[in-house]
Structures are given as C-alpha cells and as structure tokens.
Design a protein around this ligand. Structure first.
Ligand SMILES: [Zn+2]
Ligand SMILES: [Zn+2]
Length: 102
C-alpha cells in the first residue's frame, strides 16, 4: 500500500492526505509541488526519477472499507533537506532526459 508521508522531505511543509500539492516518485519519496518545481527540477534527489501527483485516499466515502481512517497516513516525518550543489549536479546529469526515458 502507498505510504502517505506527512510532509515535504525538503521544506517539511505539511502534506495532509487530502493535499493536492503532494508529489511522489516511484519509491514514494514525497515533496511539495513548489519544491519539485523550484528546487528539484522534477528530478528526485534519492533516485533520479520524476514525480507524479500523490493520489488522494478517500476519507468521505467508504467502498469496501478502503478508507483513510482504516488505512491512515504515516506519522514518520522524513525531513532530509536537499543539498543544492549535489542536486544541481544531478539535474545537470539527468534533468534533460524525459522522466519516462531515465
Ligand atoms: Zn517542499
Ligand atoms: Zn525517488
């Protein structure tokens, strides 16, 4: 099951389950949309992959018990701010390659 992480790994801004500003990579590294755009240039600092919007887990409807309350967010904060120099090198190396071709 997708781990819904509570905040942006870089700036630590809160990203509640209903947030439309949460983006994830395929390994569930979680960042806010502003950091993905302004800091990361759509390159995950941990794996080099691109990002997609994190799906919203339903909290107001109940289909077969697959709800947010039955499957809550992770409480584990992963605040690992990106080193701007290392990120610039990574973006220079792979940022021009479309995410689906990396
Ligand atoms: Zn952020
Ligand atoms: Zn990643």
């Amino acid at each position: 099951m997708l781990e819904l992480r509570p905040s942006c790994e870089h700036c630590n801004t809160a990203l509640p389950a209903h947030s439309t500003q949460a983006l994830i990579c395929s390994f569930e590294c979680t960042f806010c949309a502003q950091c993905v755009d302004k800091v990361l240039a759509n390159v995950c600092p941990n794996c080099g992959g691109g990002f997609a919007p994190r799906p919203i887990r339903p909290s107001h409807i109940d289909v077969s018990g697959n709800t947010l309350s039955a499957n809550p967010m992770s409480a584990t904060v992963r605040h690992r701010p990106v080193d701007p120099h290392k990120q610039a090198l990574l973006v220079a190396a792979v940022g021009a390659i479309a995410a689906e071709l990396r």
